[in-house]
Design a protein around this ligand. Structure first.
Ligand SMILES: *[C@@H]1O[C@H](CO)[C@@H](O)[C@H](O)[C@H]1NC(C)=O
Ligand SMILES: *[C@@H]1O[C@H](CO)[C@@H](O)[C@H](O)[C@H]1NC(C)=O
Ligand SMILES: *[C@@H]1O[C@H](CO)[C@@H](O)[C@H](O)[C@H]1NC(C)=O
Length: 261
């Protein structure tokens, strides 16, 4: 009897951890990227005030923040079935997943999901991989964006602009930098690699983060290694102004960034 109860509790707990991929399933054998260690500070939003965010992180270092918002309404609309039904016919703009030369392609969301979005293989180059992140037409995506509760931290005088994305397992953007902001994972897991502005990483702008992980990362001297952390559903990462970062989606992932400018 006890055993039975324990087993069903265990099943319940495990399904809470694993089950909700929102329908964005990836076959286990297609997963080439793995989560790594977390060397970025991790904080609970409950214990992190806006004041401390400003003094400790905003201008000086990245931070992972747990439990900042309850985005369940938004998360529900990002399920595969819901997105295809509501928005499948919408035209989205894909970017090539390399550092500089962003080639763009317009396709319907339906075509992207059914035909283009695939787990990344090691042989594919970044400039030849198409990826949906950003270039979102705010008028067309307003209904969805209105449901998103943004990170409850801010930088003086700056406002947020959203970039929404959906991409296959193993995809990501190689090292680059821009202004400050937040990234949040809606489904899947995303591994972030970060370096301060003065520590330019060594990377080829057309190779993928996955190729970098397999070929360059193991060779790094410990002192040259980036800070890193894998972000799970509902977690935020803050990237300060001009910090280098490369991203890697472990699973088929849905994500949104709030760029501050
Ligand atoms: C992608 O980048 C590689 C290496 O830089 C280059 O050889 C190749 O021609 C590029 N592919 C396209 C489609 O531009
Ligand atoms: C990267 O690929 C683009 C085209 O996709 C090409 O124009 C550029 O020369 C490549 N860069 C390098 C460093 O090979
Ligand atoms: C955004 O979408 C609206 C409605 O479909 C359209 O009228 C507008 O031209 C689009 N804007 C851009 C910049 O593409």
């Amino acid at each position: 009897m006890n055993m039975k109860i324990n087993l069903s509790l265990l099943t319940l707990a495990l399904s809470a951890v694993w089950a909700d991929d929102g329908g964005w399933h990836t076959d286990e054998d297609k997963l080439l990227a793995t989560p790594g260690p977390c060397t970025i500070e991790v904080r609970d939003a409950e214990d992190l005030t806006q004041e401390e965010f400003l003094s400790r992180y905003a201008f000086s270092q990245p931070v992972v923040i747990k439990g900042a918002t309850d985005n369940s309404a938004f998360i529900n609309d990002c399920k595969r079935e819901v997105m295809l039904k509501k928005y499948g016919a919408k035209v989205i703009r894909l970017s090539s997943a390399n550092t500089y030369s962003y080639r763009k392609v317009d396709v319907t969301l339906d075509k992207y999901v059914q035909e283009i979005m695939k787990p990344q293989t090691l042989g594919m180059l970044g400039n030849e991989t198409f990826y949906w992140f950003g270039d979102n037409n705010y008028t067309e995506w307003q209904e969805l964006f209105d449901k998103y509760i943004p990170p409850p931290y801010s930088l003086p005088g700056l406002t947020g602009v959203y970039s929404f994305g959906l991409a296959g397992a193993g995809t990501g953007v190689p090292f680059h930098f821009h202004g400050p902001g937040f990234g949040e994972v809606i489904y899947g897991r995303k591994r972030w690699f970060m370096l301060p502005p003065e520590k330019t990483p060594h990377f080829h702008p057309n190779r993928t983060t996955l190729q970098w992980l397999y070929e360059d990362y193991p060779e790094l001297h410990p002192l040259d290694g980036p800070l890193e952390c894998t972000i799970n559903q509902g977690e935020l990462i803050y990237f300060p102004d001009r910090w280098w970062h490369g991203t890697l989606n472990i699973d088929t992932s849905v994500f949104i960034s709030t760029f501050l400018g």
